[in-house]
Design a protein. Structure first.
Lengths: 248, 280
């Protein structure tokens, strides 16, 4: 069985400046991979490239063995199999929570309204937001909005979830509820790639931690090893700065 | 749960009483200053040496009554034109705005055409467009040329469509790109993302300026009378020429203002609602 996601020699430049340079990454089914690294190390860019929101400048990205970086591939078809959650939630402010969640199932997967809403209410109930179904996003706390955004991505029954710094915009006391939800997803066997600044979370939920620097993965392994006994000097330096800042 | 009503403290009661007194005072001051200014205006106008002559030539009740039916008939034409032109211009504007925001090299000619249209028709004076369409087009003597009225309406639609297109485009571009990214990452196509995510937000944001342009259109529809059809202002002009009295113009003016009030009220209400939504 091929891995869910394979990146080989991925390169991405912005204005001639390489952000990803010859990056390799493989993610097996049910695996949770945490991408760590300084701001600008390419974590978010990688996730956006995998979701085809950015065009890569070299290399190959495969989803379930299919080359999705081929320009002949229909990006909409690929994105239906990938769920993405953003740092800034990006809920649609003009739609209720329920309408946010059912938009893609109804318009993309052509499910009928009653069925899509039943599924959405079920998912909301599971994360304790059943009473918010008819509320509008601006009436929710940041943590609630981010949980709705995760539910919205899950409603597509994705093969792979990409979580882009999903707790970075949250107040510290709201981070927990979102992380608990990700932990539940892992328990359900969801394959995930997450970019994060929360080292504690990476250690807690990830099967593998990848340290990105200068646009490539320079160290990867089990969280205890990468976060506890890093081999690369750059990784050590990064972790020391994090510890000094009181984030680990 | 037993919830007893909160009893304001003595401090709070004093504050409330003070605020009530302030409100009463504000109302009294506003009423007094309005009365003074109103009286001054009335005295200044009616006390002017030429007031009697002006009153006779602008505010003659008999002439107003005689001119009213013709002016109302003209106003009915204004109203019908307004509805058709507003709908036409809004649709045209939306279409052009969507074409201008299309990406991809295939659409270059469409984009260029749409941009050229907004540049041309926002620059070209309405009167010239009217003359070109209502006098120039029939001059071609083509079979099936529509009536002058329809051509005049078309002139208004293409002119106002140019303005409205830019308002719509500003609205579309004001929606943050992350909304588009979120929609696309859910698997929605470009069209679906536009239709369900971007446009609803864009239109809500630009509803006040759109309605403002419709209010302006309401006054400009009368310009079709330059090509022949008799609108309210033209009817007033004819009545004025018959009686050598300007009262019909005042009649038409009052009717225009009455017609505009509901539209302006709707605009204000929409603006207020948008502001409240943004602020909550």
């Amino acid at each position: 069985m091929p891995p869910v996601l394979t990146c080989r020699g991925v390169r991405k430049e912005f204005g001639g400046q390489p952000v990803l340079a010859d990056l390799d990454l493989t993610v097996a089914e049910h695996e949770v991979v945490a991408l760590i690294g300084a701001s600008g190390s390419g974590k978010s860019t990688l996730l956006r490239c995998v979701n085809l929101l950015e065009e890569i400048d070299d290399g190959v990205i495969e989803l379930d063995g299919e080359d999705i970086s081929d320009p002949r591939v229909d990006p909409d078809r690929v994105r239906r199999r990938i769920g993405m959650v953003f740092q800034s939630y990006n809920l649609f402010p003009h739609l209720s929570v329920l309408a946010n969640i059912t938009l893609a199932p109804r318009r993309v997967h052509r499910r009928d309204r009653a069925e899509a809403e039943a599924q959405a209410r079920d998912l909301l109930a599971r994360v304790g937001l059943a009473d918010k179904a008819d509320a509008y996003p601006d009436r929710l706390s940041g943590g609630q909005q981010q949980r709705v955004a995760i539910v919205r991505a899950l409603a597509n029954s994705p093969r792979l979830m990409l979580l882009d710094e999903i707790t970075s915009a949250l107040d510290p006391e709201l981070v927990g509820e979102v992380l608990a939800m990700v932990r539940d997803l892992k328990a359900d066997g969801m394959t995930m790639v997450l970019a994060t600044h929360e080292m504690g979370f990476a250690r807690d939920v990830a099967d593998r931690v990848c340290f990105l620097d200068g646009g490539r993965v320079i160290e990867q392994g089990p969280p205890e090893q990468v976060l506890g006994e890093p081999v690369q000097p750059r990784t050590r330096q990064f972790l020391r700065r994090i510890i000094d800042a009181g984030r680990l | 749960m037993t919830l007893t009503a909160h009893v304001p403290s003595a401090v709070q009661r004093r504050r409330l009483a003070y605020r009530r007194r302030q409100t009463v005072r504000s109302v009294l001051v506003a009423a007094a200053s309005t009365a003074v200014l109103g009286t001054l205006l009335v005295v200044a106008v009616t006390g002017a040496p030429g007031w009697d002559r002006v009153r006779r030539s602008f505010l003659d009740p008999t002439i107003a009554r005689d001119a009213l039916p013709d002016v109302l008939t003209g106003l009915w034409l204004n109203l019908r034109l307004l509805v058709c032109c507003a709908v036409g211009a809004l649709l045209l504007g939306l279409l052009v705005a969507l074409l201008r925001t299309l990406r991809g090299p295939v659409f270059f000619p469409v984009r260029a055409l749409a941009a050229g249209y907004t540049y041309t028709f926002r620059g070209l004076p309405l009167i010239i467009v009217l003359y070109l369409l209502t006098l120039g087009v029939p001059g071609l003597r083509l079979a099936g040329t529509p009536s002058v009225l329809v051509l005049g309406a078309l002139a208004l639609i293409v002119t106002y469509g140019g303005y409205l297109a830019e308002v719509f485009r500003a609205g579309i571009e004001s929606v943050h790109p992350s909304q588009f990214a979120a929609a696309r990452s859910l698997g929605l196509t470009y069209r679906q993302a536009m239709r369900h995510v971007i446009l609803p937000q864009a239109v809500r944001r630009v509803a006040p300026p759109l309605l403002n342009d419709v209010v302006a259109l309401q006054k400009d529809v009368g310009l079709v009378s330059l090509a022949g059809p008799i609108d309210a202002v033209r009817a007033a002009q004819i009545a004025t020429a018959e009686s050598f009295n300007y009262t019909p113009y005042i009649v038409a003016g009052v009717l225009f203002v009455l017609l505009a009030i509901p539209l302006i009220a709707v605009t204000d209400w929409v603006t207020l609602r948008a502001a409240r939504r943004a602020g909550r």
